[in-house]
Design a binder for this molecule. Structure first.
Ligand SMILES: Cc1cc2nc3c(=O)[nH]c(=O)nc-3n(C[C@H](O)[C@H](O)[C@H](O)COP(=O)(O)O)c2cc1C
Length: 191
C-alpha cells in the first residue's frame, strides 16, 4: 500500500521560506510515489482548545463545527507528517500551537503515570526557518525552542522523528539554499 504523507503548512505566507521548503518535500514525495495530502492551516477554521479535557477520555474533541473534525482524521490516517512552521518567538506560530492543543486527546491518553500515545508508529519531518543566523539561533534558543515544542507534541503522541531541516538567517535569503533542498530530498528518501 502507498504510504500516506500529510503536508502541513503552518505559515500564513504562501511564498515564504517554510512554504517553499514544504513544496520541495511535496514534489519529492509525489515523485517517490507517496499519496500526499496538503493542508494550509490558515485556509481553515480552527477554534481554540476549550480546556474541557473531555478528549483525554474519549479521544475526540467536543467541538464538532470547525475544520478540526476532518483535519484530525487526516492526521490519524497519515503515516508521515511533514510539518512546515517558521520560528515565532522561539516557538511555533499560534495556529500550529492551537493545532497541537486541539489534537490533545486524539493524540494521547492521560493515565495515573505517563501519558499513553494514541498515534504510535507514525513519523514526522520538521521544516523550519528563522531570521537569527547560526550559531545564535541555537545559542539563544530560537530554533531549539521551536524544535523542543514540536518534539513534545509528536513524541508524546507516539511519533518518531525522521529529521529536521532548519533555514537560518532568512532575512538574507530570497530562496531555499541548495544545501537545504538536498537535505529535504534526503529526508524524503528516508520515508
Ligand atoms: C511574529 C513573528 C515572530 C518571529 N519570531 C522570531 C524569533 O523568535 N526568532 C527568529 O529568529 N525569527 C523570528 N521571526 C522571523 C521568522 O522566523 C522568519 O522570517 C521566517 O523565515 C518566516 O518564515 P516564512 O518565510 O515561512 O514565513 C519571527 C517572525 C514573525 C512574523
Amino acid at each position: 500500500m502507498k504510504k500516506k504523507i500529510l503536508a502541513i503548512q503552518g505559515s500564513f505566507r504562501n511564498n515564504g521560506l517554510t512554504s517553499s521548503m514544504l513544496d520541495f518535500a511535496v514534489t519529492e514525495s509525489k515523485k517517490a510515489g507517496y499519496e500526499v495530502e496538503y493542508i494550509r492551516l490558515h485556509d481553515h477554521t480552527i477554534g481554540y482548545c476549550r480546556g474541557c479535557r473531555k478528549c483525554f477520555e474519549t479521544g475526540e474533541c467536543v467541538v464538532k463545527d470547525d475544520d478540526m473534525t476532518w483535519i484530525s482524521k487526516s492526521i490519524k490516517n497519515a503515516d508521515v507528517i511533514i510539518l512546515a512552521a517558521p520560528v515565532y518567538w522561539a516557538n511555533v506560530p499560534a495556529i500550529v500551537k492551537n493545532l497541537f492543543d486541539r489534537m490533545s486527546g486524539t493524540s494521547m491518553e492521560e493515565t495515573d503515570t505517563f501519558p499513553k500515545p494514541r498515534l504510535s508508529g507514525k513519523r514526522y519531518i520538521l521544516l523550519t526557518a528563522c531570521n537569527t543566523p547560526m550559531p545564535f539561533a541555537v545559542l539563544f534558543g530560537q530554533t531549539t525552542g521551536l524544535i523542543r515544542a514540536v518534539k513534545e507534541y509528536f513524541k508524546t503522541s507516539g511519533f518518531s522523528c525522521i529529521g529536521t531541516v532548519v533555514c537560518d538567517n532568512t532575512i538574507k535569503l530570497n530562496k531555499v539554499p541548495e544545501a537545504k533542498v538536498k537535505k529535504i530530498i534526503k529526508l524524503i528518501g528516508k520515508i
